[in-house]
Design a protein around this ligand. Structure first.
Ligand SMILES: Cc1ncc(COP(=O)(O)O)c(C=O)c1O
Length: 454
């Protein structure tokens, strides 16, 4: 799908293809049924980053351009170079593409203070390290820098010095998926895409639907039939066409692939386009900035498709290249649920790729991902960082969620609670030391999930 850099004739192909799709779309939720046609609500405007000022309304005031530094994209498996400024999916090898920047020029253009002086705009503050060229293509719902919440009482209870939670539930649509989908939608807007489709366990679909609604792009979202009701309703309310699929996220992914040509969809499945990862990597920038450009000892990340883990690993290299951090890295810990742990199994076996996990089951819906296209990138980051992969069962997740809510007053999502359960287990078996600073990623608001009875 993506154009190698040596083939300029492909320039604009995807944008043209997506833009030429036949008109159709209705609102609503379907269960494995045929998609019908209808009308779509019109665009309601976009926002732009203007210097330090983020304007989230329909009527943008003065919009100033930022210098941009994207040079090309690389195939993450073969290293083959692809040209920038063309809409890309996977590489010719069927692997994720990674966006590259002229980091020497970025280093000359920004200082640490450049970013910290920008008080507004959440992750858009790192514009020089993002692929969006024009401010007018930025799509914003009022992003914030998510807080690092210190769990002092929980740390003390377990004999540890410091435990921090990066609470991503504060972002628009209540999850970190806002980061990736804001970027994917902005790039789709820049390339004139009219229709986007994705498989989702809920949170990604909600973020896609919301940002695309704001950009005036039609969306088609496929969820497993047992996706939490609140997610399904949220997606539908934002105007997406939702189809409930009798299966798991990989079955939903197949449905997207099957409809891609016929429906003229741009496929925004995890890592099947290169821009979501650029949004997710900003978790790494924020974390470094919040810790005064010193990375923690350990990061525990709830791993499904692994975009955030791979993205942060990429972000750290970029920060080192521009001189903001040194070569020290946190140990990256991929946390999965015992009922769906393909990465843990591959890590334990010393394999580079993860086999499909059969009969995946867990209450942590976001990490119920039986197969990840970026498996080799997740495993690579975990190994290079000298981290590990660990699985926790649903009982431990439920107990961890209750402990943090009761002792700290912080409501984690089940995926975030999985990282807490993993931290406890690793502290107990010595894989994490009591003197080490660990950061847990709580990737969504706990309020998006069914809660246990009072
Ligand atoms: C709350 C939550 N945590 C973690 C994940 C897994 O994220 P990733 O795909 O980056 O591994 C998801 C994905 O849906 C999620 O919704």
């Amino acid at each position: 799908m993506g154009a190698p850099e040596s083939d300029p004739s492909d320039k604009g192909k995807m944008a043209g293809k997506a833009g030429a799709a036949p008109e159709m779309c209705t609102r609503g939720i379907e269960t494995e049924s045929v998609i019908a046609s209808g009308a779509r609500t019109p665009a309601i405007g976009s926002a732009a980053v203007a210097g330090v000022l983020l304007i989230c309304g329909r009527h943008n005031a003065a919009v100033s351009e930022f210098p941009t530094f994207t040079t090309h994209l690389d195939c993450s498996a073969t290293g083959k170079r692809y040209t920038a400024d063309v809409l890309h999916g996977l590489s010719e090898a069927g692997k994720p593409l990674l966006v590259r920047y002229d980091l020497a020029r970025v280093a000359r253009a920004v200082t640490r203070e450049t970013f910290s002086a920008r008080r507004e705009g959440g992750f858009w503050r790192y514009r020089e390290l993002l692929p969006v060229r024009k401010s007018a293509d930025v799509v914003s719902l009022g992003e914030v820098t998510t807080p690092l919440v210190s769990l002092d009482a929980v740390a003390k209870r377990h004999g540890a010095r410091q435990l921090l939670v990066k609470d991503e539930g504060r972002l628009p649509t209540g999850s970190f998926k806002a980061r990736g989908l804001a970027l994917a939608v902005a790039m789709a807007k820049a390339f004139g895409v009219r229709r986007m489709a994705m498989p989702t366990n809920g949170n990604a679909g909600a973020a896609l639907a919301a940002y695309a609604a704001r950009a005036g792009i039609e969306t088609f979202v496929f969820c497993p039939a047992d996706t939490p009701e609140i997610n399904v309703r949220e997606i539908a309310l934002a105007g997406a066409r939702v189809t409930l699929v009798d299966g798991l996220i990989n079955d939903c992914g197949r449905r997207v692939a099957e409809g891609r040509e016929r429906m003229g969809w741009f496929d925004v499945s995890t890592l099947k386009e290169p821009y979501r990862i650029e949004g997710k990597k900003t978790m790494g920038y924020e974390l470094a900035e919040q810790l005064d450009w010193k990375l923690p000892d350990v990061i525990l990340y709830p791993t499904g498709g692994g975009t955030g883990l791979i993205g942060m690993w990429k972000a750290f290299d970029e920060l080192e290249a521009i001189g903001f951090i040194d070569s020290r890295r946190p140990r990256m810990v991929a946390v999965q649920a015992a009922g769906c742990a393909p990465i843990v199994r591959a890590w334990e076996r010393g394999e580079d790729h993860a086999e499909l996990w059969q009969n995946a089951q867990t209450i942590a819906a976001g990490i119920r991902v039986p197969a990840a296209i970026g498996d080799f990138l997740i495993l690579d980051a975990v190994r290079k960082s000298r981290g590990f992969a660990i699985a926790v069962d649903d009982a431990a997740i439920t107990q961890a969620l209750a402990e943090v809510a009761r002792i700290e007053g912080l409501l984690l999502c089940p995926e975030g609670a999985a990282t807490h359960a993993a931290w406890r287990a690793a502290l107990a078996d010595g894989r994490i030391g009591v003197d080490e600073t660990a950061v847990l990623f709580n990737c969504a608001s706990g309020l998006k999930y069914p809660l246990p009875p009072a």
